[in-house]
Ligand binder design. Structure first.
Ligand code: SF4
Ligand code: MG
Length: 323
């Protein structure tokens, strides 16, 4: 399978009043055509920053290095004008709370038609027809009513469906879904995940699925990257990650998954996420790791292929380090 997106050695720093926060610390992963790649980790580990970096939507106090290769071209070298054409057209994003992206003052019709006409050369009538088709394809059977509604008149699940319809209006190759179901109750969450799976096959896009919830990963992702404090510490197929988690952090995350199928006798996580203003030396997980040795405090382990398609960054699995 060909790679759609390749992130190579991505570093992001934020200059803050309190010093430099090293939020991404050499991130590497790829997303293949047609797959759902999950990025999982605790709040503040850099998942959303990774998404913002791909879309070049970082705040001005940031410094970026590395490569974000999308269809072989480095997005970090694109001009703002070129990026405007890629954002929303080639790469779309949906967020946890659709209310942050929907304008409460305008009916869904105005907002959808705005987006559709921005990305497609269509008359108003054609755009409206396209909007209705999209709303039907995301499981909203009465598109006329939805178009006439203000965002607050819809339920959370319906708003998320509208956001997905808008994100798909330009037929993107990559959909970034940043915690899209976190604010929804479990039944609606399941429906939205199923919808994304269906639409992915119908519209043939890849998904970068960001979540803190391994249960959600198990439902929807083909492969997973586990993030900890600005690093990807493990990448594997979903099945393999749940069956044979290698990294002590992944093992800790899995020990708290409520689903008994996945809960094994693993050490629970202790301690909390470190400050990125003054991150731990070497392996950033060492203060929380039961297996930490001297080398872990001194050298950062790099991501290596431990078995076919299963990557881990941990000194327990080899002596590789990059500093
Ligand atoms: Fe633990 Fe060392 Fe592996 Fe880091 S490198 S996860 S501290 S054993
Ligand atoms: Mg986030």
């Amino acid at each position: 399978m060909k790679n759609l997106l390749e992130i190579r050695e991505l570093y992001v720093n934020f200059r803050t009043l309190w010093g430099i926060a090293k939020v991404l610390n050499g991130v590497n992963f790829t997303i293949r055509k047609g797959e759902i790649f999950g990025l999982v980790g605790e709040t503040g580990c850099g998942k959303s920053v990774t998404a913002s970096t791909i879309l070049r939507l970082l705040p001005p106090n940031s410094e970026v290095s590395g490569e974000v290769l999308f269809k072989g071209e480095n997005l970090l070298e694109k001009s703002e004008e070129e990026m405007r054409k890629i954002r929303g057209r080639e790469i779309s994003i949906i967020f946890q709370d659709p209310m942050t992206s929907l304008n409460p003052l305008f009916k869904i019709r105005d907002q959808m038609l705005d987006i559709i006409t921005l990305h497609n050369n269509l008359s108003k009538e054609e755009a409206e027809k396209h909007a209705k088709e999209l709303l039907k394809s995301v499981g909203l059977p009465d598109p006329e009513r939805i178009l006439n509604s203000y965002p607050h008149e819809l339920s959370g699940g319906m708003r998320q469906r509208v956001m997905i319809a808008m994100a798909l209006s330009s037929n993107p190759s990559l959909l970034i879904a940043d915690e899209p179901t976190t604010a929804l109750d479990v039944t609606i969450q399941k429906q939205i995940l199923e919808l994304i799976l269906e639409l992915k096959d119908q519209y043939e896009f890849s998904v970068l699925f960001i979540t803190h919830d391994l249960g959600v990963v198990a439902e929807i992702c083909d492969r997973v990257g586990v993030m900890y404090a600005g690093n990807i510490v493990e990448i594997a197929t979903t099945e393999e990650l749940f069956e044979t988690p290698l990294h002590p952090y992944t093992q800790g995350l899995l020990s708290v998954v409520p689903d008994p199928r996945y809960r094994k006798k693993l050490e629970p996580l202790k301690g909390s996420v470190p400050s990125l203003l003054n991150p731990p030396t070497g392996c950033r997980f060492h203060p929380r790791c039961n297996y930490a040795s001297e080398i872990c405090k001194q050298k950062k382990p790099i991501l290596c292929e431990y078995s076919p398609n299963h990557f881990v960054a941990c000194h327990l699995y080899g002596g590789n380090s990059d500093d």
